[in-house]
Design a protein around this ligand. Structure first.
Ligand code: GAL
Length: 378
């Protein structure tokens, strides 16, 4: 009798322990083990600081160790960073490339060491080491910028009574995204250029002519100063400066402030929701930005990485299984890195203007107001 009671007690204890263990693992998700190498391009552009800290936070919260490195926009430094992480035997690499074409050799090492690589935000070209790509729908970013111009000016293809002058500023040719952004915007506006409703006075409409090395604000500033000096100093009105992102929009805004002879404020587009640009939007110096919730990009990367590390081959099911409260598409067609199509998880970008900053950025918890201007919570 006594023996049976003791046995029952032990059994009950074991059951309680088992329940406690399974409860903890349910609540906490799979406790991660190992080290994640997170390789970011530069601290000099605001968004990458936010990406780095969100990614670090997400992985550490799941129990992973994180090595976070920034390359100062320098290819050699980034190659060196990756070499060190491979030598340190990280378990997985998340890489936003400085130059998408320059990591082929170094990533051979990752392949040999069986370290899976996720291309983060920017696709890495010419390497089989990249298994997955996480980004936003880059072409749509450009489309939203182009459509904003059409909607704001109320352009109609059958109404050629009023024409508008436009100049384009695109991103870094080393960044595979830059062409997608530019093409999205240009394809959307092309019918209006063809109809003569939009006129590019400088004639610079090819990506190679309008690209901005390193996405640099200073490069965008000096190119726009040249354009304003060469084509607009006689009083020609500039109506639209289509800029692919906020760092270039900042340079273009500065050029307009210092070198534009006209008195109108041209429409200026952007991307990222950088603090300086949001302040410019509130002050009427920039019209819109395309916001990409990088906090969610980090969540997708985390769930994808966990699945890979668990030995699975993630596909579209990851989206339903993860139960994200934001939209994300699984795309196996759009991104080819020259070794084949790379399965991609693409999040959805949002247009932000002065009028919906509160709703889209502050109420969502991404920024807080600091006086009149939003500051990112990172
Ligand atoms: C792109 C990125 C943009 C922007 C730009 C400049 O690759 O998608 O959001 O930040 O780089 O860094």
């Amino acid at each position: 009798m006594k023996k049976t009671n003791t046995f029952k007690r032990v059994l009950a204890f074991v059951l309680v322990c088992l329940m406690a263990v399974s409860l903890v693992s349910c609540v906490g998700g799979s406790g991660g083990e190992g080290t994640i190498g997170i390789v970011m391009p530069t601290k000099s552009l605001e968004r990458w600081n936010r990406d780095g800290s969100y990614l670090k936070k997400e992985f550490e919260a799941k129990g992973y160790d994180v090595e976070l490195v920034y390359a100062d926009n320098d290819v050699a430094q980034q190659v060196n960073d990756i070499e060190n992480l491979i030598a340190g035997e990280v378990d997985l690499l998340v890489i936003a490339a400085v130059d998408g074409e320059s990591l082929t050799n170094v990533l051979e090492g990752a392949k040999e060491a069986d370290i899976p690589v996720i291309a983060y935000d920017r696709l890495i070209m010419n390497t089989e080491a990249v298994k997955y790509y996480v980004s936003f729908d880059n072409y749509t970013v450009g489309k939203l910028q182009g459509q904003y111009v059409i909607d704001t000016l109320g352009l109609k293809l059958d109404d050629t009574s009023k024409t508008y002058n436009i100049e384009f500023t695109a991103g870094d040719p080393a960044d595979n995204n830059a062409g997608f952004f530019f093409n999205g915007a240009f394809d959307t506006l092309k019918p209006y250029l063809d109809a003569g409703i939009l006129k590019c006075v400088s004639g610079q409409t090819a990506f190679t002519q309008v690209a901005t090395q390193s996405w640099s604000t200073d490069n965008a500033l000096s190119r726009m100063q040249n354009i304003l000096g060469s084509y607009y100093s006689d009083g020609t009105v500039l109506d639209i400066a289509l800029c692919s992102n906020d760092s270039t929009a900042l340079g273009v805004s500065k050029a307009i402030e210092s070198d534009y002879a006209g008195s109108n404020q041209p429409i200026i587009t952007g991307q990222d929701g950088d603090e300086a640009n949001l302040a410019n939007m509130i002050d009427g110096k920039q019209s819109m930005t395309v916001y990409k919730a990088v906090a969610n990009e980090a969540v997708v990367t985390l769930n994808l990485a966990i699945s890979i590390l668990e030995g699975k081959t993630p596909n579209g099911d990851l989206i339903t299984e993860s139960g994200w409260d934001f939209a994300c598409a699984y795309d196996t067609e759009s991104y080819d890195n020259n070794t084949g199509k790379i399965p991609s998880y693409l999040l959805v970008p949002t247009v932000v203007t002065k009028d919906n900053i509160q709703k889209e950025l502050v109420d969502t918890g991404y920024y807080k107001m600091d006086g009149n201007y939003p500051k990112a919570i990172g």
